[in-house]
Design a protein around this ligand. Structure first.
Ligand SMILES: [Zn+2]
Length: 333
């Protein structure tokens, strides 16, 4: 399949470069097979459409991130995922992306693709629609995990060592941003706004996405579109080990201006993991740093060393952070 490069002007709207193929449910077996590069294990010969959908989802995420496909292998009907209550699992095997879909997600995809051939989307029950959307969200979420700027040893090592709460939150923001245009492009159906989607209201990563969105929002004009664009950019284009400094820099610039004290920006980056993990004391600390940045931008003098000493006293008053979780073989929910 030929993929046009994503337009740099619209990083969250890759549908504008949609490949000229009919909706998945109407493609011929030849169209489904052409250009398949992802190895799909656990699928029967009748499951070609599912294999194609998975590759299309992963390619969509790579195109949105303006990078190449990192996914090499997908296992469907993966019972081990269901046994741990997960919809999917993702990791790297060496430098090759791997993900697995639970039996629940695989079944949702198979039934949904079949139903699209016989029944208009608007005639589906809400339960049928939600199950199909959730299964597609599983693909985009897991694909997001294995979509990196590059796939060298250093890229993959950075991913393994990155803070996992942020990885999960950003994978879910990318999924929420892209699922509607993806399903429009892939199936020709409109699933509606995020606020209409029951699957998002019960997302396992609400805690991470909300706090990350709030922090990203501080580095933008705060509009929903700007937050989605910034989240997508940070999730898709910033290497995993540079995301926290990137978010902190954006906050520093938005609140403190171009001369924001670097020591305060660094302190924000250091505090973000605890904030997302809901560690006591972190919200007060961030509030004080952000207020100091606003004072700095307004020309009111800020005693940076004294503020840092005070902030480190706050740190000492609260229990130490548990080591941040790092990536590996991980469940979606
Ligand atoms: Zn995940």
């Amino acid at each position: 399949m030929q993929l046009a490069p994503a337009s740099p002007a619209s990083p969250i709207a890759p549908a504008s470069t949609a490949p000229a193929l009919p909706p998945l449910q109407q493609r011929t077996p030849e169209q489904l097979k052409e250009g398949m590069v992802v190895a799909v294990k656990g699928a029967g010969s009748a499951d070609l459409a599912v294999a194609r959908l998975i590759q299309d989802g992963a390619q969509y995420m790579a195109r949105a991130a303006d990078t190449t496909l990192g996914l090499a292998t997908v296992e469907v009907n993966y019972a081990a995922a269901d046994r741990q209550g997960a919809l999917g699992l993702a990791t790297f095997q060496g430098n090759k992306g791997w993900f697995a879909l639970s039996q629940r997600s695989t079944k949702g995809l198979l039934e949904g693709i079949d139903r699209l051939r016989t029944t208009k989307w608007s005639d589906w029950t809400e339960a049928q629609r939600q199950a199909f959307v959730q299964s597609n969200e599983t693909i985009l979420h897991e694909a997001s995990h294995v979509t990196l700027n590059g796939y060298t040893n250093a890229d993959v090592d950075a991913w393994h060592g990155a803070n996992r709460d942020f990885e999960e939150g950003l994978a879910e923001i990318a999924n929420m941003t892209h699922i509607r245009p993806f399903m429009q492009e892939e199936f020709g159906v409109d699933i509606g706004d995020a606020t209409d989607r029951i699957s998002q209201s019960v997302s396992a990563y609400t805690r991470f996405t909300e706090r990350i969105e709030r922090m990203i929002g501080m580095g933008t004009d705060g509009s929903a579109a700007a937050i989605a664009a910034a989240g997508s950019r940070i999730g898709d284009k910033v290497p995993a080990d540079q995301r926290l400094p990137e978010i902190a820099t954006a906050i520093g610039l938005a609140l403190g201006g171009p001369t924001a004290p670097p020591a305060l920006v660094a302190e924000i980056a250091k505090t973000l993991p605890g904030f997302v993990a809901e560690q006591n004391g972190t919200r007060t600390k961030l509030m004080e740093i952000q207020a100091a940045l606003v004072d700095h931008a307004a020309g009111r003098p800020v005693d940076v060393p004294a503020l840092l000493a005070h902030l480190h006293e706050l740190d000492a008053a609260h229990p130490a952070l548990t080591p941040p979780r790092t990536n590996g073989f991980e469940p979606l929910d």
